[in-house]
Design a protein around this ligand. Structure first.
Ligand code: ADP
Ligand code: ASP
Ligand code: MG
Length: 778
């Protein structure tokens, strides 16, 4: 039976609300699975403070910290189980025992620190029972035995057989016992390690580390807004990051998984629908770049060191260590709090060369370290940072100065050294017609895009088949490759492909006109994929769906451009955004938004039969195969809705009044059926045109939005306009957008030009792609 191990870190257990979320996630587990928990929130930090007050005989401090612990835990328990619960009473007993031991000078550090995890396990198991999920809790000191600093794997595996197969097993992380039954800890952040150990002992299928970020990022996403989330990282890089002190995974987490098929994933308990980051075998992930900060450290030069002594020291300090080999010397970087212990451990074999320095480590693909070091040095020196040390070696570089890097300096380094090098994977959906031109233009655009960031085409999709290749598809032979190798692909297969793409950024370019395909947008967003669409469906979908998609994209920092869905390549969306960004307020938008209806409007006169004109347009390829799709005005209605939403209006399609350029009697059957009633169509148009002419006007099919009224006016239909009006003097086939705003109040801003056509639409999509690359590389 496959088993799963979930680990929840302190950040996932910091409040009652977080416990509810954790319990919800646990619903996906079954009897026999295990849940490893850390201490709630910052409880271990508080216990460490308690220990140091005790150690320094600060009795007042001991009392204060105990009161803090009590407040936090009591509030948690009371909210989840009530203050009459067994867990509450048990907690009070524990607190009394701690106070008593502190009073008699009998406190032991590991025993004290163990309480954070014990409280979490007890509380979670009881809370799960309360919401009718069968669960029991275990103290990992009964399961994990350590002898001479080594875990007794065989014995521990046997001990773990006590876990129950018909319940969820909530197990304390971080703690174990030595052979005498005394408490030992696995080091700070050690619950990650507990989880993979348990995974190994239970022969689990997977271990999931649930934390408060959506996975492992290129740098701390709390400090750098543009941190890039990685889908996959190699075990080697994960381990290196941990040894450099990054908190996202404990350094030993991967050790138990060596030579096993147990999967390891880091996910967010704050957003359980999101994919996380998989930690995979080295050959299964490209090498990535990371920045990780180094807080207050001491640097020692070791004169007589070997790997074994560093391992011993690491065990003694309960802290991972990453030595640096520089010109035949070994340097060791340790948090300053351990400085004295390191000096005592190595005695005359270690020379302190820097103390209390801070800085940053850059983890990168092999070969690039020296160049990265050089660029980072220049950037930091420009920021007036005095460097106290800068070294590089295989896989990483370290730069140290006097101060901890603030978010802005970290962001600067990240933008220059990390973001700019993230590859963008491009999938093009809809490769006939506009898509075909887009691809041929992509060939010449690539060079320009590559100056911003590396761009790779990885997928080509038609409605029935697709060519997907994560390694990249050569553009020069894309259509041949498609013809030879394209396969039928289901939506699930496409989503799986996107999910697995090992790229810093991904974008799907939707040049289809498929509503079905647009329904996948939320899935694309869930899998961290940006979207560029010429397709109008998602932008005009039902408001709740649309707003959810927008929210999801905002939460994940994803971009969505659809400039070509209105006016093809005309920069209408850019203009609206620009005006709003510069503080203007748009009051009205009107115009002719359809090339077909523009052509019909310009060519119609009372001496012609409208149906004949439509047939002529159809033969020229100016209309949809069924011209009623144009005449219905629905397409124009969608475009007006997209623009209205660009202005921040929460409208639905139904809020836009629509009258078609044909009588309702023509709506049913095929176009050929409709043509049998052409007299009705001709009469309908002629009557309206005569009426217009009587008033010295002419007919145009226009869209109008007026935001100055309440409710706003939004309508689409035939209108009698003055023959001198901008909408009437339009070149046949062109679109026109007439924009009034506070600044363009009487004299409108007009954007006019071809609003359809393969070349201009494809060029418009390129403009969106260039914009995206620019944004991602900023
Ligand atoms: P937990 O309580 O779940 O064990 P930690 O606080 O130990 O969580 O680790 C998660 C934190 O690590 C995040 O909140 C984030 O601020 C920080 N962090 C630092 N670097 C990274 C990174 N590269 N990717 C993700 N998180 C990071
Ligand atoms: N609670 C411990 C700590 O804060 C262990 C862990 O969170 O993994 O270090
Ligand atoms: Mg942690």
């Amino acid at each position: 039976m496959t088993k799963q191990v979930y680990k929840f870190g302190g950040s996932s257990l910091s409040s009652a609300k977080r416990y509810h979320a954790v319990a919800n996630i646990c619903h996906h587990l079954k009897g026999g699975d295990a849940v490893v928990v850390s201490a709630a929130g910052k409880t271990t930090d508080t216990l460490v403070r308690l220990w140091s007050c005790y150690h320094n005989q600060d009795h007042k401090g001991v009392g204060e910290v105990i009161a803090l612990l009590k407040d936090h835990q009591c509030a948690l328990i009371a909210e989840l189980l009530g203050d009459k619960s067994e867990v509450y009473a048990h907690f009070i007993d524990d607190i009394n025992a701690i106070s008593q031991r502190a009073g008699c000078a009998e406190l032991e550090q590991a025993w004290l620190l163990a309480h954070g995890e014990l409280w979490s396990a007890r509380l979670l198991a009881h809370y799960l029972n309360k919401i009718e999920v069968a669960a029991c809790h275990f103290d990992s000191r009964d399961l994990f035995i350590v002898a001479q600093n080594n875990l007794k794997h065989e014995e521990n595996t046997a001990r773990c057989q006590v876990l129950k197969n018909d319940q969820l097993n909530v197990v304390t992380g971080f703690i174990a016992s030595d052979e005498n039954g005394s408490t030992v800890t696995l080091g700070r952040n050690g619950s990650d390690y507990s989880a993979t150990l348990l995974g190994k002992y239970l022969n689990a299928d997977s271990v999931t580390i649930w934390t408060d970020t959506q996975g492992v990022y290129s740098t701390d996403p709390r400090k750098v807004e543009k941190a890039v989330k990685y889908n996959k990282i190699s075990q080697q890089q994960a381990q290196l990051l941990a040894r450099l002190g990054n908190p996202v995974l404990h350094a030993k987490t991967l050790t138990p998984l060596k030579d096993s098929d147990i999967k390891l994933v880091v996910r967010s308990s704050y957003d359980s629908h999101s994919d996380g980051t998989k930690v995979v075998a080295n050959e299964q992930a490209k090498a990535k770049r990371f920045l990780t900060t180094l807080a207050s450290s001491d640097v020692f030069q070791l004169t007589n060191s070997n790997k074994e002594s560093i391992r011993e020291l690491s065990i003694l300090l309960q802290h991972p260590l990453q030595p640096l080999e520089v010109d035949g010397n070994t340097l060791l970087l340790v948090p300053s709090q351990f400085g004295e212990q390191v000096a005592a451990f190595y005695q005359e074999h270690a020379v302190l060369i820097e103390s209390n320095v801070s800085g940053v480590a850059i983890v990168s693909e092999p070969g690039s370290e020296p160049q990265l070091l050089k660029s980072a040095k220049q950037l930091l020196e420009k920021q007036s940072m005095t460097l106290r040390g800068a070294w590089s070696q295989d896989g990483f570089a370290i730069l140290l100065g006097d101060q901890l890097l603030e978010s802005d300096t970290l962001s600067l380094l990240h933008d220059e050294l990390i973001s700019a090098k993230q590859e963008l994977a491009v999938i093009v959906a809809g490769i006939g017609n506009v898509g075909e031109v887009f691809l041929s233009q992509l060939n010449s655009q690539l060079e320009r895009l590559n100056t911003l960031l590396p761009v790779k085409l990885v997928g080509l999709l038609r409605s029935t088949s697709s060519l997907l290749n994560g390694q990249g598809i050569a553009l020069s032979s894309a259509s041949e490759q498609f013809n030879e190798h394209a396969k039928t692909t289901t939506s699930e297969q496409l989503i799986e492909f996107i999910k697995e793409l090992d790229y810093g950024h991904k974008v799907i370019i939707d040049i289809t006109a498929s509503e079905q395909f647009s329904l996948l947008y939320p899935e694309f967003a869930l899998h961290d994929c940006h979207i560029i669409s010429a397709n109008k469906y998602a932008g005009t979908a039902e408001l709740d769906w649309y707003e959810n998609l927008r929210r999801l994209q905002t939460e994940k920092g994803l971009l969505w451009r659809y400039n070509t869905s209105v006016g093809a390549g005309l920069p209408i969306n850019f203009a609206l955004k620009d005006l709003q960004n510069s503080g203007d307020k748009i009051t009205k938008i009107s115009g002719v938004f359809s090339g077909t209806l523009s052509w019909l409007g310009a060519h119609y006169s009372l001496d012609k039969k409208f149906s004949e004109l439509v047939e002529q347009a159809r033969e020229l390829g100016f209309t949809e195969p069924d011209p009623r799709e144009d005449l219905s005005g629905r397409d124009v209605q969608r475009k007006l809705l997209i623009l209205a939403r660009e202005l921040g209006l929460s409208l639905n399609l139904d809020d836009i009044e629509l009258s078609a350029w044909m009588p309702t009697e023509l709506a049913n059957g095929t176009w050929q059926d409709a043509l049998t009633k052409r007299d009705l169509l001709d009469k309908f148009v002629e009557e309206l045109a005569l009426e217009a002419e009587k008033n010295g006007k002419t007919l145009r099919y226009v869209a109008e939005l007026d935001t100055t009224t309440k409710p706003v006016i939004a309508k689409v239909g035939l209108k009698a306009v003055s023959p001198n009006a901008a909408v009437a003097t339009l070149t046949p086939g062109d679109n026109i957008f007439v924009i009034n705003s506070v600044w363009y109040e009487n004299n409108a801003l007009i954007i006019q030009g071809p609003g359809a056509g393969r070349e201009v639409t494809a060029a418009g999509v390129h403009s969106d792609l260039y914009w995206l690359c620019h944004k991602l590389s900023e």
